[in-house]
Design a protein around this ligand. Structure first.
Ligand SMILES: [Fe+2]
Length: 456
């Protein structure tokens, strides 16, 4: 099959933009944006997933230089609250300051190098557990036990080194490179696309983490396209427009919007009816009555969107009535390079993927749910990180709800991706031109950082 220009072909069926035309509520401009990009169709070398040497290049040229999501501001609400953020050999203390600002320091004592903190927590000073060297919360040298023995240490040179920190929408971002440009420059003007969703005023209702047995990019890329839905999650095809996803690519930001309440085009001429779609979404057996009726002339998408508004109204208030069906129903899956995935609207999902220590064959996968809460009420405290054990599945985290089962289907692929690629005689992986163009974009960016030095 050939097309006039590569990357221009699209799935048959209703497009996301056509669904917006039929929305029962005003559609925000942000969903009307379209930015498809064809970035080539060469295979991606499999070494990017299988080689320790490639991983080391990523650590040196990408991770040590790029802006990255470290924690939520709410995780360090009070002065002296801190979290440890680690990636490969890097480890940082993200510390809330007495004046409310945030500083980050390498998690290492300037005396003999022991890490300063072993766990997330709260402190009134930063005191090393080995010999007791201590610093103030803002990094000034405060105490050296038996100071008479250190006439050669002066306070200024023993200030804890400061790592670049900035915030966006309640996320604390750090950059290990002292020469890095600003976060605002890195995010670019496209970050304003999130403004209407106000992610800062959300609380972390769930935070689940698990070590997954695959390279961090294999784990991440399992969540960067909807093309795998028919193979991996066939149970949602009846009400998910998988291959009709809209893919948009900008500079350091991209997105895949997968419409809900519309059947997969892969059904061809025999799509499920509106009732079957609702049955599939609500997981109602064929021998049971549907608890909702789809009035004549209405779509399952519009009815389900209204159900979603009603579900959120007690917590999100009137805001839900200003939201389009698309914002209530669709997966608006944004990615900020290289590994940060804050979704738009009320999907609530934020993913983060990173190498597990210095191991290129395993990764830390995290899922956060950022939920709205009633206006005027106190913001609930963030959920602590729920670390799943290696024998536990995502469905063992009840706070993930129905999504736990879906993540388990994705998880099932991950070690098989790693093992399959290592065994493969084929030197690279092949990508679809449009549906997998977010994966392509990730690799084009990665290549710029690792092979050409990149820009930060
Ligand atoms: Fe999936």
């Amino acid at each position: 099959m050939t097309t006039a220009s590569p990357g221009a072909a699209r799935s048959p069926g209703v497009t996301f933009q056509q669904l917006l035309d039929a929305d029962t509520h005003p559609v925000p401009d942000v969903l009307r944006l379209q930015s498809p990009k064809f970035l080539g169709d060469d295979d991606i070398p499999k070494e990017r997933y299988t080689s320790y040497e490639w991983h080391r290049q990523e650590v040196e040229r990408l991770w040590k230089r790029v802006w990255q999501f470290a924690c939520r501001e709410d995780d360090i609400a009070r002065p002296g609250d801190y979290v440890i953020y680690e990636l490969a050999e890097m480890a940082f203390l993200i510390m809330r300051q007495p004046d409310g600002s945030i500083k980050a320091f390498p998690n290492a004592c300037l005396h003999r190098g022991r890490r300063l903190k072993d766990y997330d927590g709260h402190c009134s000073e930063i005191r090393c557990a080995f010999h007791g060297f201590a610093w103030t919360l803002d990094g000034r040298l405060q105490d050296i036990p038996a100071r008479w023995d250190f006439p050669h240490v002066n306070d200024d040179s023993f200030h804890l080194p400061e790592i670049k920190v900035d915030t966006w929408a309640g996320f604390v971002m750090i950059n290990p490179d002292p020469n890095a440009g600003s976060l605002a420059e890195f995010l670019g003007p496209e970050i304003a696309q999130f403004d209407g969703w106000d992610l800062a005023n959300r609380f972390t209702e769930a935070h689940v983490a698990r070590i997954v047995p695959a390279n961090w990019k294999l784990a991440q890329e399992a969540f960067c396209e909807a093309y795998h839905v028919s193979g991996t999650h066939p149970q949602v095809m009846a009400y998910l427009g998988d291959t009709n996803s809209q893919v948009d690519v900008w500079d350091n930001i991209s997105r895949v919007i997968t419409p809900g309440g519309t059947p997969s085009p892969l059904y061809g001429d025999d799509p499920p009816n509106q009732e079957d779609m609702m049955r599939a979404m609500l997981d109602v057996r064929v021998d049971q009555d549907l608890p909702v009726r789809i009035p004549e002339g209405q779509t399952m998408r519009a009815v389900a969107a209204e159900m979603s508004r009603n579900r959120w109204r007690p917590r999100a208030g009137e805001r839900v009535d200003a939201m389009s069906d698309a914002e209530m129903m669709d997966s608006i899956d944004y990615t900020i390079f290289p590994n940060f995935h804050p979704w738009g609207a009320f999907n609530r999902i934020v993913y983060r993927f990173r190498p597990n220590g210095d191991d290129h064959r395993s990764a830390v996968m995290e899922v956060l749910f950022l939920s709205p809460y009633p206006e005027g009420s106190e913001k609930p405290r963030p959920a602590p990180v729920h670390w799943l054990e290696p024998h536990e599945a995502f469905s063992d985290a009840p706070e993930l709800g129905m999504l736990g089962k879906v993540f388990d289907q994705d998880l099932f692929n991950m070690p098989n991706m790693q093992r399959g690629l290592e065994a493969s005689y084929k030197p690279g992986v092949t990508l679809g031109n449009y549906q997998e163009s977010k994966v392509r974009w990730l690799h084009v960016k990665l290549g710029e950082w690792v092979n050409q030095g990149g820009t930060n």
